[in-house]
Design a protein around this ligand. Structure first.
Ligand SMILES: NC(=O)c1ccc[n+]([C@@H]2O[C@H](COP(=O)([O-])OP(=O)(O)OC[C@H]3O[C@@H](n4cnc5c(N)ncnc54)[C@H](OP(=O)(O)O)[C@@H]3O)[C@@H](O)[C@H]2O)c1
Length: 243
């Protein structure tokens, strides 16, 4: 018996990285999963790699019309969402003095506005006692140099969970934040090698985290194993932000 037998999950931005690993694990544990991504070809490949009990819906998690299309399709195909993992996030470097309006808008549109409307638009399909997981980051409690916009956007995501758990308490919907440390995904392709190595040196075990190590933590927050866990920020960072 799987930990998510019969459950319906929606995972945004899940065509690669930790959200794709989470989609695979959720399906292995018995869930039906809807995944999203902007690039149709990558989405098709991700659906193929999950293999069964999965629907891919093309769209940008920061675009409200795309979110409406996503949830319309979920409603038509399954009628409900038991688990929502709002994972879409964006960040790039610019120290204060060099931040552009475009960088600020892209980051906050995806991480803050996109997360809020993903949750708000999913809620009508979420039954009592369902689980919402927001993808945060250790950046939300850190002052990583040149990442002020990203750091602040993830602090906002963490804040959302505190208020939403109260707003949703009558429906007993749990809202938790999963905050990864450095994880081996495509985002590092665009970051200079030296900066990546610097981040990895901060991890006590000396190696970068793997997407599968996020998936197992997401499974915990999604399943009834975490039934009395609400409003927390679960750091999955090998201790990086704890020292
Ligand atoms: N990797 C890390 O070290 C790390 C650390 C802390 C926190 N995080 C957070 O973890 C989350 C996932 O990160 P990741 O590194 O696994 O992801 P990723 O590799 O950046 O993205 C995974 C996939 O999501 C799709 N995607 C990106 N933005 C999207 C959007 N706005 N709407 C829909 N799909 C989108 C991309 O495909 P398309 O281009 O086809 O859309 C991409 O292949 C983010 O919120 C990130 O901030 C990451």
């Amino acid at each position: 018996m799987g930990k998510l037998d019969g459950k319906v999950a929606v995972i945004t931005a899940a065509t690669s990285g930790m959200a794709l690993a989470t989609g695979k694990l959720f399906v292995e544990e018995g869930a039906y999963v809807f995944i999203t991504g902007r690039n149709q070809q990558k989405l098709d490949e991700a659906v193929k790699s999950i293999g069964r009990n999965v629907t891919g819906v093309q769209g940008d998690a920061s675009n409200l019309a795309d979110l409406d299309r996503l949830f319309d399709q979920v409603k038509k195909e399954k009628g409900r969402i038991d688990i929502l993992f709002a994972s879409a996030g964006y960040g790039d470097a610019a120290p204060i003095g060099a931040v552009t309006e475009e960088q600020f808008d892209t980051t906050f549109n995806t991480n803050v506005r996109g997360t809020l409307f993903t949750v708000q638009k999913a809620l009508p399909l979420m039954p009592d006692e369902s689980s919402i997981i927001l993808n945060g980051s250790i950046a939300g409690i850190k002052g990583f140099p040149a990442f002020c916009v990203y750091n602040a956007s993830k602090a906002a995501v963490r804040s959302f969970a505190r208020t939403w758990l109260v707003d949703l308490k009558d429906r007993r919907i749990r809202v938790n934040v999963l905050s990864p440390g450095p994880i081996e995904t495509g985002v590092w392709d665009h970051i200079p090698k030296e900066a990546k190595e610097q981040f990895i040196r901060m991890v006590p075990r000396g190696t970068i985290g793997q997407p599968e190590e996020i998936a197992t933590a997401a499974l915990f927050l999604a399943s009834s194993d975490s039934g009395f866990v609400n409003g927390i920020e679960l750091f999955v960072d090998g201790g990086t932000a704890q020292i």
